[in-house]
Design a protein around this ligand. Structure first.
Ligand code: GLY
Length: 314
């Protein structure tokens, strides 16, 4: 009781080009404000991360929901997870082609099934049963995603080398602790441009793309999915925190281990059970924003933190 709420979001760790910088900053600031409004009104961390991630999915500058990157056949395949730190219940979906807000669909998997992840035809049937609106597959494809797809189809490099050094879009996410001390995480993605049809990355995999546990903290990860899964990045960070590291030390330690051990880069946002939080990355840039005690912080470049004092809400 009486915990100071915290919400942190990211818009993906990658070499964000200057033309996307301002929109990415605006997008994460908008999402964190939307999600934090839920916490300020006494709402749950689960609702706050869902609302924040929905805002990021609806913003076409990010690789999630509307505007996500395209697979080898030229359409989106979306993955998402949401996890409740109080109960360790998680809901995830993978390879979704025609639902605008996969994070809300993942929430339905958590709330309305005894399962953790749904995929393929079964997930479509479940969406129909719930009355979740299904949109034509073309609706989530933007002109920019098509242009990016055309460009990357020409590259001969592996997805991983592209990811580490070039302009490969990636993933959105949120972590939160609410007034009751309950923690949650949510992560959503279109994955990696020109990925093989049916490829599922780290995002919906519990312990990789996200993890939340009231006893430790909550993490949302972004970066090269195959590398993140190999080191179970989100859970690895919480393990380091269980051993006494701060969120920043734990994040740096796990990200550097991932780079050294499997040559993969990425980024994370982390909040601890005491409300300490951080945003760390090993890619060129990551748009992130966090709110705690009336202060909004955000950044894009390594080492950059910009602070704004928010007007008290009435
Ligand atoms: N991090 C997102 C993916 O690799 O699919």
């Amino acid at each position: 009781m009486g915990t100071k709420p915290v919400l942190v979001v990211h818009g993906g760790a990658w070499a964000i080009p200057d033309e996307f910088a301002e929109r990415s900053i605006l997008g994460v600031k908008n999402a964190v404000k939307n999600g934090f409004a839920v916490l300020e009104m006494g709402g749950s961390s689960m609702k706050a991360v869902e609302i924040a991630v929905r805002a990021l999915e609806d913003d076409t500058v990010f690789d999630a929901g509307h505007g996500a990157v395209l697979n080898a056949d030229g359409y989106v395949e979306l993955d998402a997870i949401i996890m409740n730190g109080k109960t360790l219940a998680a809901g995830a979906v993978s390879c979704i082609r025609n639902i605008s807000n996969p994070v809300t669909f993942a929430c339905s998997v958590l709330e309305k099934t005894p399962y953790v992840m749904l995929t393929g035809t079964g997930s479509n049937q479940f969406a129909e049963k719930l009355g979740i609106p299904q949109v034509p597959v073309e609706e989530l494809v933007t002109d920019h995603a098509k242009a990016e797809w055309e460009q990357y189809r020409k590259y001969k490099q592996t997805v991983k080398s592209l990811f580490n050094t070039e302009l490969v879009h990636d993933t959105v996410g949120a972590v939160a602790i609410d007034c009751e001390g309950n923690m949650a995480c949510a992560t959503s993605t279109g994955g990696i441009t020109n990925k093989m049809v049916g490829r599922v990355g780290d995002t919906p995999v519990i312990g990789s793309g996200g993890y939340a546990d009231n006893l430790v903290g909550a993490v949302s990860a972004t970066g090269h999915g195959e590398s993140i899964m190999k080191v179970t990045l989100a859970r690895l960070i919480l393990f380091h925190m269980e051993q006494g590291k701060t969120p920043e030390e734990a994040a740096d330690s796990a990200l550097h281990y991932m780079e050294k051990r499997v040559h993969g880069r990425g980024g994370v946002i982390v909040v601890s059970k005491t409300g300490e939080w951080t945003a760390r990355f090993t890619t060129k840039r990551m748009a992130w924003a966090g709110i705690k005690e009336g202060v909004l912080m955000y950044g894009l470049n390594p080492g950059e933190t910009i602070q704004e004092i928010l007007k008290p809400s009435k």
